[in-house]
Design a protein around this ligand. Structure first.
Ligand SMILES: Cc1ncc(COP(=O)(O)O)c(C=O)c1O
Length: 401
C-alpha cells in the first residue's frame, strides 16, 4: 500500500526493518499487528502505559467519561480535582497548570523561569531530551535555534560552576536521566545543583515527564528528597491519553495569565477525558500499583540479563531505576549518559532487529531509549530470558559488541 506519511513514518526514529508497521491493538504486555501477530511490548507507550495495555480500571474510567462528554471549553471540576490531588502528592506543586504534551509543559516552564529571573539563557544536560520546541532541540536542521548551554549529568563541579555564573534563567534536567541510558543521580548531585540554584536565584526545573509517577506517586523529587522550583509531568500521569502539567512554587506559577502576564494557552489543555483517567490512574498508584515489586523485578531481570550476556561474552551495561532500564552494548558502566560511554548504537540496532524478527519482542528502537516494564511482564519473565539468551548468543556469533 502507498504510504503518504512523510518519510513513510510518523516518528523521527528509524524503526528496524522487522518491526511491524501496522499495529492495531494492545493488551497487557503485548501489541498485535493487522495480521494478528503478537509482539511483547518493552517500550509501553514511551513509558505512558505504567499499567500496560488496556488496564481494566482505566478502560472503565474512559468509557464512563465518554458518556459524560469528552471536551468542554469551560472550567471543569475534573481539572480542579486533579490540581488538588497533584498539590497533595508532589512536593513542589504549590500551583498546577495543565497542558497537552511534555513539550508544551517544558516550554511554559522555561517561559515562566525567564520572566521570573529576567534572564534568558537555559542550562540543560548534554544528551538530555525535553521536547520538540526550538529552545531545546539540539540536532535539528532548522535555522531559528536558541540552544541551551549544556553540562554533564552527575558532574557536580562543572554543573555548579556553570550555575554560579548567574547567567541562567533555569537549569532543567531529568532527576533520573531516563532519555540517555536511564542514569540515576549520584548521591549529592541533585543536592548540589539545588543549593547552587537557590544561591543564584536560578529556577531549578525537574523534567519529570518520564519519571514522575513512574518512580513514585510523589514524584522522583520526593524519592531523592530534593524539591525543585518547577516540575513538568506527563506520560504516566494519564495512562496513555494526552496530558501534561507544569507545577511549582506559587510565586513563579502565578505569573501565568490571567493572574500574571506570561502566556499559557492550548485548545486541548486539561482534556476532560485525559484528566478523568489521570485521577483514576493516580488513585490506583496510591492504592494498588506494585512499585516495590516492579523495582525488585527490574533489578532481578537486569541481573539475569547481565549473567546471560557474560555467558555469551557480550559486553553489556544495564542501568535503571524502578520499572525503567536501559541496555548499553560495548561498555560496562557509565555515569554521565549512555552516549558518553560510547555505547554501540549499531550493535543495539542489530539486536533489536533480531529480537523482533526471531522472537517477536519489541525493544525501544533506539539505544538511548528506555525499556519500560509493566506488571504484565512479570508473568513472562522466563520467556523473555530465554529469548534474550538466544539473542546474546546470536549477537556474539554475528557482531562485535
Ligand atoms: C523528559 C522529557 N521531557 C519532555 C518530553 C516531550 O514530551 P512530548 O513528546 O509529549 O512532547 C519528553 C518526551 O519523550 C521527555 O522524555
Amino acid at each position: 500500500m502507498d504510504n503518504y506519511l512523510a518519510g513513510n513514518t510518523n516518528s523521527p526514529i528509524p524503526f528496524p526493518e522487522s518491526y511491524p508497521r501496522d499495529i492495531i491493538s494492545g493488551n497487557g504486555a503485548y501489541v498485535a499487528d493487522a495480521s494478528n501477530n503478537q509482539y511483547v511490548d518493552l517500550w509501553m507507550g514511551y513509558g505512558a502505559l505504567l499499567h500496560g495495555h488496556q488496564h481494566a480500571t482505566e478502560k472503565k474510567t474512559i468509557t464512563q467519561q465518554l458518556s459524560n462528554g469528552w471536551f468542554f471549553s469551560y472550567p471543569t471540576k475534573l481539572e480542579t480535582d486533579l490540581a488538588a490531588k497533584i498539590h497533595s502528592l508532589i512536593p513542589c506543586a504549590e500551583r498546577v497548570r495543565f497542558s497537552t504534551s511534555g513539550s508544551d509543559a517544558v516550554a511554559y516552564a522555561i517561559r515562566a523561569a525567564r520572566r521570573f529571573t529576567g534572564r534568558k539563557a537555559v542550562l540543560a544536560i548534554d544528551g538530555g531530551y525535553h521536547g520538540v520546541h526550538e529552545n531545546m532541540v539540539s540536532n535539528t536542521a532548522t535555522l531559528s535555534l536558541e540552544m541551551p548551554d549544556l553540562t554533564l549529568f552527575n558532574d557536580n563541579e562543572m554543573t555548579v560552576a556553570k550555575i554560579l555564573s548567574k547567567r541562567y534563567a533555569c537549569f532543567i534536567l531529568e532527576p533520573i536521566l531516563a532519555n540517555n541510558g536511564c542514569v540515576p543521580p549520584d548521591p549529592g548531585f541533585l543536592e548540589a545543583v539545588r543549593k547552587a540554584c537557590t544561591d543564584t536565584n536560578t529556577v531549578l526545573i525537574f523534567d519529570e515527564v518520564v519519571v514522575g509517577f513512574r518512580t513514585s506517586v510523589n514524584g522522583a523529587q520526593s524519592m531523592f528528597g530534593v524539591t525543585p522550583d518547577l516540575c513538568t509531568l506527563s506520560k504516566a500521569i494519564a495512562g496513555g491519553l494526552p496530558l501534561s502539567a507544569v507545577c511549582g512554587k506559587k510565586d513563579i506559577m502565578e505569573q501565568f495569565l490571567p493572574s500574571g502576564e506570561v502566556f499559557f494557552a492550548g485548545t486541548f489543555n486539561g482534556s476532560p477525558l485525559s484528566i478523568a483517567n489521570a485521577l483514576g490512574v493516580i488513585e490506583s498508584l496510591e492504592t494498588t500499583y506494585p512499585y516495590q515489586e516492579m523495582d525488585q523485578f527490574r533489578e532481578q531481570f537486569s541481573q539475569d540479563l547481565l549473567k546471560l550476556a557474560r555467558k555469551h561474552d557480550v559486553k553489556l551495561a544495564i542501568q535503571g531505576a524502578t520499572s525503567m532500564m536501559s541496555l548499553a552494548f560495548g561498555c560496562t558502566s557509565y555515569r554521565h549518559g549512555v552516549k558518553e560511554a560510547n555505547a554501540n548504537p549499531k550493535t543495539y540496532a542489530c539486536f533489536a532487529e533480531y529480537m523482533a524478527k526471531e522472537h517477536r519482542i519489541l525493544l525501544p528502537p533506539l539505544y538511548t531509549e528506555t525499556i519500560f516494564l509493566a506488571p504484565a511482564h512479570i508473568a513472562i519473565k522466563d520467556n523473555l530470558l530465554d529469548a534474550f539468551d538466544k539473542g546474546f548468543k546470536w549477537l556474539s556469533a554475528n557482531t562485535r559488541s
